[in-house]
Write a protein that binds this ligand. Structure first.
Ligand code: HEM
Ligand SMILES: [Ca+2]
Length: 768
């Protein structure tokens, strides 16, 4: 057979684009390239112009690139008979036993490579970790099974002489669910014949044909096949001689600098709400020892990596060059990095490794309610439909965490909180967002209860949650995305809402709503560039305090100061975010999670390493995917950045997606580069078109549809209204109408929270 590389298909697509001047005017079906890679390869005459005159393709959106059906012109697949299967099973099982034995030996050794609370890198682990034992055991079960599948894939590949391309194209056939190896593949959930009116907490049974789509503990999807050095799990290497790629820390230190460029248009709320919503739909987790303890890949003093005999298989430590301008001062040569937990393929077949998303992929406020029924029960008060709160002298704060390691300190008088997401305390401005939405739920439950005294706790909880999820979707699609993506991309990707009070027929059961790995591990991390390293606190007349943000990481005690929440909200909605570009605050590249230490971890380096860990392809491949020409010379990034890149990378085809996407020239007036913009727009199109419960969906689609009057009412939701209704009202009494835009710019004036200018939802329509 002839191996056809995905790259060649894409090149083919480019050639085609030159000859499609006479393409039929099929605007409505014309989909941006990125949303439809599978079809791109199948037909050569399906090129068209999108509504905004960009090159597109006629297809059903959201076809998964790695779709099993899509064999890209290949003549045959590799089948497994029962004898091969039982051999693979034996082999992978014994390999798993070997790994576990080694792990036990490491734990029993004199200096076990276990990370304890204290250093910054423990904060990194804390960030990714679930401390709930129920979650942990379910996750581990699925993750171990996925690891065993990866081992079996390697064995199969070696035995049958498969190429990396064979794996990229998903050529190994066979659903392994009936076998021991496939026992932890997401079981097909049992869905009732009459669908639930309310979206399930765990997101499953959303798509009738693919009921497990969007559930927690499932794999990310991908825009392009993974790129691993061994085709299965080893991180990719340079296109030049398969040499190792440059150290992520070297790249960070050489090309990413801290230069402040405050945005003239957008507020810090874009940054903070962006992070908050990302915690609704994506969380990958570091692997750990079976007993849950954190893996260390570096010597305790950070001066070297551990010797091979002491190194855990999940280690991928970041090499720090000896002459590092910052970490060199502390004699650090090794930054800890542990690989992400895996999940089986959706179709439970052998193939390259996929990473696990711990959360429901949908926009369903799972950061408020949790992603499993157990988490939700933990958070509910079971009285009057409300969620649990910590009553801090009459102010409702998030409930206190019981986990002794969730924050830097659990001293008397300090605070450490719990919510639907385990990263609640990572950054205090994030804690503030969680607090707002917790209060909003309870406010809705209270009002609904007053209108409907006959509703019980369960009904009140479900109805308040349904409204809150809709508010979240309105704020995202009506306020946040127009700001981040711009009107053109909104139109092109079809992510605009229907006119007020109108239902949507946009649902398409072929669209896989899953978060793409490219979005989670690279594109949506654009936000790290928008972070401002200092939090300014203003009093009634002047600036009172400037706090370096590392002091606010995993240390949310200030939440207990009476005025702090209002002060933070004022800052978030008036102070500028940082422009999205190749500059990142050194608070993130040098001091992330430093706690009491002289240095922290480098978040930029970690992002780069995470991309490689997750098998993301190089930046150039994604340029091509969205219809841009590949870059042939570093200087295309501009002479200055070009020479910096040339000094570290061997080839333009090595550049990591997160790096290229940040450094790429942006169209005038756009917050993001085209590459990031399209990957993000594609994701939000999936989250709308692939979600049967999307709030605007027609009664024929959405079992929990609203009435047209309620729909119109829900459109009044805004971040400013959420802030007005749920702040402490000590210092905060006014808001600009659009919290994401700088007040005073183009008519975005301040209004009193009590006035009609910041619309308020009238809940009387929910009287029954
Ligand atoms: C002070 C602010 C922030 C801090 C300290 C922070 C820190 C982190 C850390 C430690 C990770 C995990 C990195 C890894 O191990 O791969 C992460 C991941 C991520 N961050 Fe941030 N972040 C911040 C703000 C933001 C913002 C503003 C956005 C977006 C607008 C964002 C989007 C993401 C995304 C999408 C991920 C991947 C999550 C996953 O799939 O696991 N972050 N961040
Ligand atoms: Ca979710």
């Amino acid at each position: 057979h002839v191996a056809i590389r995905p790259r060649e298909f894409l090149v083919d697509a480019k050639k085609q684009s030159k000859t499609d001047e006479n393409a039929p005017n099929e605007e409505d079906r014309c989909t941006p390239l990125v949303s439809c890679p599978a079809h791109l390869r199948k037909t050569s005459n399906s090129y068209c112009r999108t509504r905004t005159q960009r090159q597109g393709v006629l297809c059903t959106t959201g076809q998964n690139h790695t779709d099993q059906q899509d064999l890209r012109g290949r003549q045959h697949t590799f089948h497994m008979d029962s004898s091969v299967l039982s051999q693979l099973q034996m082999k992978s099982r014994s390999e798993m036993t070997r790994l576990r034995t080694r792990e036990a030996a490491l734990l029993a050794s004199k200096e076990p490579p276990v990370l304890l609370p204290g250093p910054a890198t423990y904060g990194h682990f804390r960030n990714s970790r679930s401390f709930d034992m129920h979650d942990l055991s379910e996750m581990m079960h699925v993750a171990n099974s996925a690891l065993q599948l990866a081992i079996a894939t390697r064995a199969f590949k070696d035995r049958h002489g498969l190429s990396n391309e064979d794996l990229e194209l998903g050529m190994i056939d066979g659903d392994l669910r009936p076998t021991q190896m496939g026992q932890a593949c997401a079981p097909v959930p049992f869905c009732p014949l009459i669908p639930d009116k309310y979206r399930r907490i765990d997101g499953v049974c959303n798509n009738i044909l693919q009921p497990s789509w969007g559930g927690p503990f499932t794999a990310y999807s991908r825009l392009l096949p993974a790129s691993y050095q061994d085709g299965v799990w080893a991180p990719r290497t340079s296109v030049v001689g398969e040499e190792p790629l440059p150290s992520p820390r070297l790249i960070s230190a050489s090309v990413i600098s801290d230069l402040s460029s405050p945005s003239p248009d957008y507020t810090l709320a874009v940054m903070q709400f962006g992070q908050f919503i990302s915690h609704d739909f994506t969380q990958s987790m570091d692997m750990s020892f079976t007993n849950g303890s954190a893996i260390s890949c570096c010597a305790a003093d950070g001066a070297s990596t551990l010797p091979p005999q002491s190194t855990h298989y999940a280690c991928l430590p970041i090499d720090i060059p000896a002459d590092d301008p910052f970490f060199g001062k502390f004699r650090q040569r090794c930054m800890n990095f542990v690989r992400s937990i895996l999940a089986p393929n959706n179709d439970c077949s052998l193939g390259y490794s996929q990473q696990m998303n711990k959360l429901t992929h949908f926009i369903d406020a799972s950061s408020v309610y949790g992603s499993t029924p157990e988490q939700t029960s933990q958070l509910r008060s079971f009285r009057d439909g409300k969620l649990k709160v910590f009553d801090d002298f009459g102010r409702d704060l998030l409930p206190m965490s019981k986990d002794p390691n969730a924050c830097l300190t659990m001293e008397q008088g300090s605070a450490c909180f719990e919510s639907g997401d385990t990263r609640t305390n990572q950054m205090i401005t994030l804690t503030v967002m969680h607090t707002l939405f917790l209060r909003e739920h309870n406010r809705l439950a209270r009002e609904l209860g007053q209108l409907n005294p006959h509703w019980d706790d369960e009904k009140l909880f479900l109805e308040a949650r349904q409204i809150l999820m809709a508010e979240m979707q309105v704020i995202i699609y009506q306020e946040f995305l127009p700001t981040v993506l711009g009107r053109e991309a909104m139109e092109e990707f079809g992510v605009e809402l229907e006119p007020e009070g109108k239902y949507s027929l946009d649902y398409n059961p072929m669209v896989d709503p899953s978060i793409t790995n490219e979005f989670a591990a690279a594109a949506f991390r654009f936000g790290h560039s928008a972070v401002e390293g200092q939090l300014k606190i203003f009093g009634p007349s002047k600036m009172e305090e400037v706090i370096a943000i590392p002091e606010l990481m995993f240390y949310p005690s200030r939440m207990r100061h009476q005025e702090f929440l209002d002060e933070v909200l004022s800052t978030l909605t008036t102070e500028p975010m940082q422009d999205v570009d190749g500059h990142i605050s050194e608070m993130l590249t040098k001091y992330t999670f430093r706690g009491g230490n002289p240095f922290g971890v480098d978040l930029a380096a970690i992002n780069i390493q995470r991309g490689r860990d997750h098998g993301l392809r190089p930046y150039n491949d994604y340029r091509q995917l969205i219809g841009l020409p590949r870059i042939n010379d570093f200087d295309e990034f501009g002479p200055e950045i070009g020479s910096k890149l040339r000094a570290v990378y061997q080839s333009v085809d090595d550049v990591d997606l997160w790096v290229g996407g940040l450094l790429e020239d942006k169209p005038a007036g756009s917050m993001l580069s085209l590459t990031f913009r399209d990957i993000i727009a594609d994701q939000f199109a999936r989250l709308k078109k692939g979600d049967r419960y999307f709030f605007q969906n027609d009664p024929s689609i959405n079992p929990g549809h609203f009435t047209p009057e309620q729909l119109a009412e829900l459109r009044k939701a805004s971040l400013s209204r959420i802030i007005c209704d749920n702040s402490d009202k000590m210092l905060l009494s006014r808001q600009a109408r659009n919290a994401f835009r700088k007040p005073g710019v183009s008519g975005n004036e301040f209004f009193d929270c009590r006035g009609p200018e910041i619309p308020r939802l009238d809940l009387t329509l929910w009287h029954s």
